[in-house]
Design a binder for this molecule. Structure first.
Ligand code: FAD
Length: 453
């Protein structure tokens, strides 16, 4: 994956060799059921987990206690009459979250300190430096809380978060202390915190964490599998292809990702997308880009070696194709975002009736196009597949056209009747989705898993 987002402003190139485009009626989205009502029991229960006050007695381990700085408390924006309780809760969560963002690291340390003081056993799930994983965990709680007013967005968001929490080792009964620690840390850092805000946060937490707790409780499959690195090939200083042989095949669909933990960076789980469709022998191929200052990706590229034992969390993710549909498909992938796209194309090659599909892969330099050769081989064998490559910084590369992905895609055809899958950095996804929306593609036809934490 490109460490920098692909710019939407580059020169345009020619379009791909695309299969024919038969016009068909747009798909209707299934009706969305409402989120179940919150439990009547508040997350802060008297006696058991008392809500921590602003100065926990023993902040756990190395998480430092923030200096007590009195802050003015602005009046919260009033609730409009038309608002539902869920809308009010989500709006207050979004508003107060922006107040703590400038203190994100301190806030995460404070949250971790509260969490470890309430549930010391959770400390063992975190690496020595808690700030970054605590920030990830906080985001994974607050993101669904800020979406409780939009059940259609909330529901698909919860599944991958539950998988991450399970891979981390969190148990269902620990959601309550997560909520207590989260709200305790918010109370300390949010300028406009008051009783009404606390009520809104408790409500939003119940609505978002209730289903996650139930899913963790109900999960039957083991949260973590293990596998051995059997291949490590470095393509450039910051790119590597790795092969991992799981002890038993990890049941997953093409296009999904797995969260992985490597021995060089214990307890720092990261999502990675296999570049291969599920195989009978279970072998997984990963394409990894070392991001600047990246803890795990740099270790994967520079230090992973055959024989390493990796832990593999349960699969998750939105990228996938319905074999019952006959609608044409557009896939756009930036950098290592090509991995799940290759897996999906390999998978479709096994179908009785593959869907006509056009793939654009892009990168800054030709080495970034790690899946291009294999996609081109597939395209030579299968007339339903068309492939185009785009390279930003090497206009002389013979295999690709110069320019940026969004530009090349929009100039490459009319995609308004296609199902669109985007894969890559958040910047590339934002730019490509915006260009496609302006070009007449409807938002409910676009699916993506941005490569961000
Ligand atoms: C669904 C999904 C699938 C993914 N699949 C792959 C994959 O197949 N191959 C792959 O190489 N990566 C993939 N990623 C990204 C990967 O999970 C890590 O986020 C990435 O490797 C950085 O981790 P790190 O520990 O090295 O960086 P961190 O130590 O977490 O972060 C270091 C710095 O890098 C920035 N950063 C974090 N992630 C990225 C990113 N993706 N791009 C640019 N800057 C970043 C951070 O903001 C921070 O400033 C995927 C991510 C998601 C969400």
């Amino acid at each position: 994956m490109s460490a920098e987002p692909l710019s939407p402003d580059g020169p345009a190139g020619p379009g791909p060799t695309s299969p024919g485009r038969a016009g068909r009626a747009p798909r209707r989205l299934a009706p969305v059921r409402a989120v179940p009502p919150p439990p009547t029991t508040p997350i802060v229960r008297s006696g058991r987990h008392a809500a921590p006050d602003d100065t926990p007695g023993e902040p756990a381990n190395e998480a430092p206690a923030p200096a007590p700085t009195p802050r003015p408390r602005p009046t919260p924006a009033p609730t409009t009459h038309a608002e539902t309780a869920e809308q009010h809760a989500a709006r207050r969560v979004r508003q107060t979250w922006t107040e703590v963002e400038p203190h994100a690291d301190e806030h995460a340390d404070w949250f971790a300190a509260l969490l470890f003081s309430l549930a010391p056993e959770v400390r063992a799930l975190f690496p020595a430096r808690v700030t970054e994983p605590a920030r990830r965990l906080l985001r994974s709680l607050v993101l669904p809380m800020s979406t409780v007013d939009r059940p259609g967005e909330l529901r698909p968001m919860l599944e991958p978060l539950v998988h991450e929490h399970r891979a981390l080792g969190l148990r269902a009964e620990q959601y309550e202390v997560l909520g207590v620690a989260l709200i305790g840390a918010m109370r300390r850092f949010a300028r406009s915190w008051d009783d009404a805000t606390e009520h809104a946060w408790v409500r939003a937490f119940s609505l978002a964490a209730g289903p996650m707790e139930q899913a963790v409780r109900a999960a039957a499959a083991p949260a973590v599998a293990e596998g051995t690195v059997v291949g490590h090939r470095r393509l450039s200083w910051d790119l590597a292809v790795l092969h991992v042989a799981p002890d038993a095949p990890v049941p997953h669909r093409a296009g999904q990702y797995l969260t992985v933990e490597i021995p060089q960076r214990p307890r720092m789980w990261r999502p990675l997308s296999p570049a291969t469709a599920p195989r009978p022998d279970g072998l997984l191929e990963f394409h990894v880009r070392a991001v600047e200052g990246g803890w795990v990706s740099r270790a994967m590229v520079a230090h992973a070696a055959p024989g390493d034992r990796w832990r593999l969390g349960p699969p998750a993710g939105r990228l996938g194709l319905d074999p019952r549909s006959t609608r044409e498909v557009l896939m756009v992938a930036g950098g290592t975002g090509g991995a799940p796209v290759l897996a999906l194309c390999e998978d479709m090659a096994r179908w009785a009736r593959p869907r006509p599909c056009t793939v654009f892969v892009g990168g800054r330099v030709p080495e970034d196009l790690t899946v291009l050769d294999r996609l081109q081989e597939l395209a030579e064998q299968h007339p339903w597949l068309g492939v185009a490559a785009v390279c930003e910084d090497d206009p002389l590369d013979e295999r690709s056209q110069p320019g940026t992905l969004p530009d090349a895609v929009v100039r490459g055809g009319d995609w308004s009747r296609h199902d669109v899958l985007l894969s890559g950095s958040p910047g590339m996804i934002r730019a490509t989705a915006s260009a496609l929306l302006v070009d007449g593609v409807s938002l409910d036809r676009i699916t993506y898993d941005p490569f961000t934490d």
